[in-house]
Design a protein around this ligand. Structure first.
Ligand code: B1M
Length: 213
């Protein structure tokens, strides 16, 4: 598994140029896309820990994020390969206001697409009003997926979920997730579901949306 170690090293070193080639070489060697993804996620954990201990700073964190994004671009078509022929409606997804982290959100988006959702991605730092507008603008919104990585964005997440529930709009479920989010927060703020990672978000989304039909 020397290639996986190399990929881990490249992400941690923020090697944005070499990563795509190495990910492709790993796939060509027969390494599963899921294993490559996992090693990149592990690398980002290492980066987070190094940031916490003051061993690296924002620029290094940014370069690692860019390297992971470039690697993910190679994996996306494989991860998104649809195993569903049934449309589950439209999913509006984004990262809540005040939060600029988008790698996890992008992964969740890929997995939701793979199970049959049409994705409307609002990007990062999405204010409450924009979520509501998007639900009104798009046809057949059955799912709203809110991501957050910062504990400081809890109030924004709460306000967003409450605004959706109070809007009088219906026909959709709300799921939340992200490193700093948990089931308790979901219960406290009235979200319909919480998921720990991208794979389980897709499973939970199918379960929630199917229960409405
Ligand atoms: Co920031 N950052 N960051 N950061 N960053 C964290 C989150 C942190 C834990 C690092 C640390 O201190 N150890 C910490 C948060 C602490 C906290 O709030 N408790 C932190 C901080 C403090 C900050 C800044 C405040 C730093 C500063 O400026 N002083 C700043 C905030 C900027 C802002 O958002 N306003 C900041 C900035 C950045 C960068 C811009 C440099 C960069 C992000 C670039 C980008 O996203 N394009 C960055 C990065 C890269 C990280 C870490 C290192 C990695 C995040 C990541 O991409 N992981 C992160 C450390 C860590 O997470 N351990 C850290 C890989 C990704 C696949 O995992 O996003 O967790 P993740 O997604 C997972 C699950 O969480 C889940 O599924 C995904 C995969 O299975 N998931 C969902 C995510 N969304 C979901 C939604 C769902 C369901 C599941 O349903 C809807």
């Amino acid at each position: 598994m020397a290639k996986l170690e190399e990929i881990k090293y490249l992400v941690e070193e923020g090697e944005t140029k070499k990563i795509a080639t190495n990910v492709q070489e790993a796939l060509d060697e027969g390494i599963a896309a899921e294993d490559i993804l996992q090693i990149m996620i592990d690398s980002m954990r290492v980066i987070g820990d190094k940031f916490s201990t003051g061993d690296i700073y924002i620029p290094e964190m940014l370069m690692a994020a860019k390297a992971m994004t470039n690697g993910l671009d190679v994996l996306k078509p494989l991860l998104a390969a649809s195993d569903s022929t049934t449309s589950l409606g439209t999913c509006v997804i984004g990262t809540v206001e005040g939060d600029l982290h988008d790698i996890g959100k992008n992964l969740v988006s890929v997995m939701l697409e793979s199970v049959g959702f049409d994705i409307v991605d609002l990007g990062v730092d999405v204010p409450t009003t924009r979520w509501i507008e998007a639900i009104k603008e798009h046809q057949n919104v059955t799912l709203v997926a809110c991501s957050a990585l910062l504990t400081t964005t809890f109030p924004g997440m709460k306000e967003t979920v409450r605004a959706m529930k109070d809007s009088g709009l219906s026909g959709f479920k709300v799921i939340i997730g992200g490193a700093s989010v948990n089931q308790k927060l979901a219960d406290d703020i009235g979200a319909d579901g919480y998921s720990e990672d991208a794979g389980s978000a897709a499973v939970k989304a199918v379960e929630l949306v199917s229960s409405m039909q």
